[in-house]
Design a protein around this ligand. Sequence first.
Ligand code: G
Ligand code: G
Ligand code: MN
Ligand code: NA
Length: 252
Amino acid sequence: YLLDADMRTALAQNDFFMVAQPQVNQHGDIIGAELLIRWQHAELGFISPDEFIGIAEKSGFIIPLGEWIFEQACLCITRLQHTPLKQHIKVAINVSAKQFYQAEFIERISGLISKHKIKVSDIELELTESAMLEDIQLAVTKITALKQIGFELSIDDFGTGYSSLSYLKHLPVDKIKIDKSFVSLIDKREDSRAIVEATMLIARTFKLGLIAEGVETAAEVATLSNMGCNEFQGYYFHKPMALNDFISLLTA
Ligand code: G
Ligand code: G
Ligand code: MN
Ligand code: NA
């Protein structure tokens, strides 16, 4: 079993690293990447974030870990700035609810933005729908403040939060990410297809960007394109990869 102490050691020893999963437009051009954390444990080998993010949230370790993740995004953006690229690339990170609701969150990440002298609009923060619903009033306040500073914000795992949709009109987010659980069933189940259709209508109505995640097949791409989705993330296009490989892919 994993201990909080293991994670603290791992952070100090550089056993955590970020991988990048490219996001593409309808032509397959890379428009951004989601950074995802990975842990190569000295004895246990690879440990999935599904196993340790929850533990880190309970122990409070997610606060220093979340800051480390944010700083990795800053470093990635700096690297991209020093790479000659045809297109502009945005970098997205997942922000855990615990970190988001922390009183000093905005101050801490603003400090890192200044330290690394990057453009705040180059970072996209992904917040899950369920995280925002934990305290919707506070979420609206925080997201409004983050937007004012210039962050891009997206709602991750959209459609899985059992939410009333009325909250959306109060949230100045930029983008919805259609959850992979709906994408994977889009050609198999009418109910999943209906949820995706409803999500697209919501995105249009609220003038939000839209990206489908977990796209694995050409058939899914075709169905989603026909329905009006123009941005994709998933194994069909690119799997998460080492940052060096991501840079190579962009400059190839
Ligand atoms: O990358 P993978 O599919 O293994 O991720 C599994 C889960 O862990 C997903 O829910 C993903 O959002 C989450 N996750 C991956 N990387 C991060 C991260 O850097 N921060 C947080 N908070 N969650 C992450
Ligand atoms: O919870 P979140 O949406 O952040 O999780 C994204 C996770 O989904 C990533 O960690 C990534 O490893 C995983 N993922 C990305 N593309 C695909 C895909 O095409 N199929 C599956 N099964 N998982 C994917
Ligand atoms: Mn995500
Ligand atoms: Na998701």
